[in-house]
Design a protein around this ligand. Structure first.
Ligand code: DGL
Length: 261
């Protein structure tokens, strides 16, 4: 195998604080079926979204080191919080391509409609400087809604318990008699409860996430660097800093993620 082929056939690393980034992985295997992926869920240290930025940064560096020893050719930060708090430092430190995510406020702002854009994300994402810059450009009709604890429902496999419904009702009720053009799922855990969130709004309200755009960006970056694998069989390896029970949950949620559209 020559050096270029070797570089193209290396796996892509992807990580999140837990199972949320599996929603990105589900999209990635659809768009890039010839690639090998190593997904790392940092469940042992979740959640990221309510931790101080410097803690999240350290955790993100630790995870990337774990992926690099497995010879990855690129890393996708399948986590809005870790992107907001660590992507800049990670890119300064490592030379491999690092693809991040941000709440899809730009596409939501560009949609037709005068209604509100509700951005649901972690406290960490919404209080970051990166989000402040995004909001300054595209936040005219936007309301940012921090959702501490919402990811815990998703991690627990909850898709609609009374407690989860109460959480969402309390969060969303101030906006239910307003016109809402779009709800931005600004945390990769939330696509798993997309239909539940959508059920609070009329059908005309669009529910948007950044997953497809992130994977398109990954494809573009790999193509630019001559790193796309055009002929591989495609594979997925799931890894976690959590326990063996977590690994079973991840397997189930990856299957669920492949069905989310
Ligand atoms: N899934 C992560 C995100 O996109 C964060 C969840 C958390 O760890 O708080 O922000």
């Amino acid at each position: 195998m020559n050096r270029e082929t070797e570089a193209r056939t290396r796996p892509i690393g992807m990580f999140d604080s837990g199972v949320g980034g599996l929603s990105v992985l589900g999209e990635a295997v659809r768009q890039l079926p010839h690639e090998d992926f190593i997904y790392y869920g940092d469940n042992g240290h979740a959640p990221y979204g309510t931790k101080p930025p410097e803690t999240v940064r350290k955790l993100a560096f630790d995870v990337i080191e774990r992926l690099l020893v497995q010879n990855v050719k690129a890393v996708v930060i399948a986590c809005n919080t870790a992107t907001a708090e660590a992507a800049k430092e990670l890119r300064e430190h490592y030379s491999i391509p690092i693809i991040g995510m941000e709440p899809a406020l730009k596409p939501a702002a560009e949609m037709e409609g005068d209604g509100l854009r509700l951005v649901l994300a972690t406290p960490g994402t919404l209080s970051s400087e990166k989000y402040a810059r995004l909001y300054a450009r595209f936040g005219q009709n936007a309301v940012s809604l921090p959702c501490p604890g919402l990811m815990d429902f998703v991690e627990a496999g909850d898709r609609g318990s009374p407690a989860l419904r109460d959480y969402l009702k309390c969060l969303l009720s101030p906006y239910l008699d307003r016109q809402v053009t779009a709800v931005v799922l600004g945390c990769t855990h939330y696509p798993f409860i997309r239909s539940l969130i959508a059920s609070y709004f009329p059908l005309s309200t669009r529910i948007v996430d950044g997953n497809a755009g992130t994977v398109r960006q990954l494809g573009r970056v790999l193509a630019q660097r001559g790193l796309l694998n055009p002929t591989g069989e495609g594979s997925v390896a799931l890894q976690t800093s959590g326990d063996s029970h977590t690994l079973n949950l991840m397997r189930r949620m990856f299957e669920e993620a492949k069905a989310i559209r």
